[in-house]
Design a protein around this ligand. Structure first.
Ligand SMILES: Cc1cc2nc3c(=O)[nH]c(=O)nc-3n(C[C@H](O)[C@H](O)[C@H](O)COP(=O)(O)O)c2cc1C
Length: 594
């Protein structure tokens, strides 16, 4: 195994009063945390001083349903801020720390999510991250016009399409689309604007997004699935993974398998950061740590313990079970215990029901490390150097007290061992995590076209654009119309030479009676003209350059290609194309305001 040159990444997960299920009963917690903005400001600033990479806020868009006798003793998600709004507030009182929250793909629309996280990325100067979930709280369905949650595979199918759309929307504008040039009276360059025109099973989204491309390109994408379907999605899209891991061997296997699987999608090891949750109980000695755990466990009311366990086991009815006995086989079979990787660890050693919920309740199902600062750091280091993890999502049992303690006792020990930074080196969350900034999907060809369509090297599209601009200026078009026409011309020329067999493009301004216009001649020597027609009438006309108020280009006409307009009076531009004699012509009429 090669020695690691990088440092640990650390996130701070802020469950309002703390991750312990009964945290609010402890004096060290902020009792009204869920709706106390000052509480979050204090937490975020503490985490930033300690140089954490990020803070994370989970989310559910429903209260929890269940046994109210138990729920009344358990505040989590009952009074809870919208996390993206909260993070926008925290962006204003922090400078470096990453701001990450959940948004579900089951009960949102991609446009909303793309817009919110793009906005947060701008507000924070490139510090936002989106945790993609499919909703673990089935009650969310009741708030969004449904009687039940989507089935598991449908959730992930929807999530996969959702993420694709969100990324597409983030690419609506090239990074340099907003030129804001007063001298030429041009605010943005239409050539750098892209219509997504997505239409598939779950979503129909035209775009573009009304927010400029985020500073990070895409906000960082997080994921925390445990199922095989969820891991498949993670391999495709997740850049940071929070999935719980309890044993080193299991972690090493997960780490290797996920990164290897991601390689099938053209992703490298460095494109993915694995940082599972870690609940840390710190004390001056091992005996004190045990005592602390016992105290924390004693806070859990049996009604809450049973409710918690019932939810973790997928809604099993365990209300009639004796808490001092192990769960009987007729409630959950030996087979099911082993197969559910998320809870299998709870059944180790034939525990009683009380022991099970105590074990689960202290760290909300995440790995717990208890001990002195140096023994805790030993463990954290061991998993890191042996590539079980790239870092941790710290889940203090009590907030704010548990975070203060971690920052005071664990961070300096990590820094002394060179395992964690002493200063931020990056400006954005991506840079701090060591993740690449993704290029726009339209960027690699050097012009506004998607990378999927190669540009033929024998046609100089920059020259085509220049010629089109000169011709449009000669024809007396307004600056805005010049730009629109240049976009249309370069797009069509490009399609012509990509799809057709020809290679020559001529552009000039023309005069027909009182009409002045621009003529583009594409010499097409191959059978490609029908493909050009296809390209014009399908995605490309409404999809990209031509969608800029020039949408509506329709049919094949001639073998040559002319754009004509009547500045001052006309409202249409006609595009005609002449290609190889004998082929069906294209005619396209494009509305243009002069
Ligand atoms: C650290 C962490 C944070 C999570 N945050 C949320 C959340 O905010 N909202 C949510 O619905 N599920 C959340 N989950 C649940 C997972 O995203 C996922 O839905 C769950 O593990 C079930 O995944 P599976 O269906 O792939 O097994 C979180 C899980 C972990 C480990």
């Amino acid at each position: 195994m090669t020695r690691r040159k990088d440092q640990m990444r650390l996130g701070a997960f802020f469950h309002p009063t703390g991750h312990h299920v009964a945290a609010w009963l402890d004096q060290g917690s902020q009792i009204d945390a869920g709706t106390n903005f000052g509480h979050y400001v204090q937490l975020a600033q503490t985490a930033e001083k300690a140089k954490f990479d990020l803070i994370f806020l989970a989310d559910a868009i429903a209260t929890r349903d269940g046994n109210l006798k138990a729920l009344r003793r358990w505040p989590q998600y009952m009074a809870y801020f919208d996390p993206v709004t909260l993070l926008a507030g925290l962006a204003a009182v922090t400078r470096n720390i990453g701001l990450v929250s959940t948004a579900t793909t089951s009960f949102n629309e991609p446009y909303h999510v793309a817009r919110k996280f793009a906005t947060l990325d701008h507000i924070s100067g490139g510090r936002s991250g989106w945790n993609v979930v499919t909703s673990s709280n089935a009650s969310e369905a009741f708030n969004f016009g449904r009687d039940a949650h989507y089935g598991h595979s449908e959730r992930y199918e929807r999530a996969t399409e959702f993420v694709k759309v969100v990324k597409g929307l983030w690419d609506s504008w090239d990074d340099d689309a907003f030129v804001r040039d007063r001298a030429s009276s041009m605010y943005f360059d239409p050539e750098k604007l892209h219509y997504l025109n997505h239409k598939d099973k779950h979503f129909s989204v035209r775009g573009p997004l009304n927010v400029a491309r985020p500073p990070q390109g895409y906000p960082v994408i997080f994921q925390a699935s445990a199922s095989d379907t969820g891991k498949e999605l993670a391999a495709q899209i997740a850049e940071v993974i929070f999935t719980p891991l309890h044993e080193l061997e299991q972690a090493q296997r997960f780490y290797r398998e996920l990164k290897d699987h991601a390689a099938q999608y053209g992703r490298s090891d460095d494109d993915i950061v694995i940082m599972p949750g870690l609940n840390v109980v710190i004390a001056a000695s091992e005996a004190d740590a045990d005592e602390k755990i016992r105290y924390l466990q004693s806070l859990i009311h049996p009604d809450v313990g049973k409710e918690l366990l019932s939810t973790a086991l997928g809604g099993l009815d365990i209300s009639a079970c004796d808490i001092e006995q192990p769960l009987p086989d007729h409630i959950i079979s030996q087979e099911e215990r082993k197969n559910n990787s998320r809870v299998a660890y709870l059944f180790k050693g034939k525990p009683t029901l009380r022991q099970m919920y105590e074990n689960f309740g202290v760290g909300r199902g995440q790995r717990t490390l208890k001990g002195t600062p140096s023994s805790i750091v030993d463990q954290m280091e061991k998993w890191f150097v042996s590539r079980g993890v790239d870092g941790y999502l710290i889940q203090p049992p009590i907030l704010p007290a548990g975070l203060d303690e971690f920052v005071e006792k664990i961070i300096p020990e990590l820094q002394n061992r060179g395992l964690f930074r002493t200063e931020y080196t990056g400006r954005t969350l991506r840079e701090n995590l060591g993740l690449r900034r993704p290029a726009s999907m339209y960027a690699s060809s050097g012009d506004t076209a998607p990378a999927a369509l190669p540009v033929r090297s024998d046609v100089d599209l920059i020259a085509v654009r220049e010629a089109a601009r000169t011709a449009a200026a000669d024809a007396g078009f307004s600056l805005v119309n010049q730009t629109k026409l240049v976009t249309a011309v370069s797009e069509l020329a490009r399609n012509a030479v990509v799809h057709g067999g020809g290679g020559e493009v001529h552009i000039n301004s023309v005069q027909q009676g009182s009409l002045r216009g621009v003529r583009l001649v594409v010499t097409d020597q191959g059978p490609g003209i029908e493909d050009i027609a296809q390209a014009l009438t399908d995605g490309h006309t409404t999809g990209r350059g031509l969608g800029l108020g020039l949408g509506g280009a329709k049919r094949l006409v001639n073998n040559d290609f002319t754009i004509e307009s009547a500045p001052g009076q006309g409202t249409t531009v006609t595009i005609a194309m002449w290609a190889t004699p004998g082929l069906t012509p294209i005619q396209a009429r494009l509305p243009v305001r002069s």
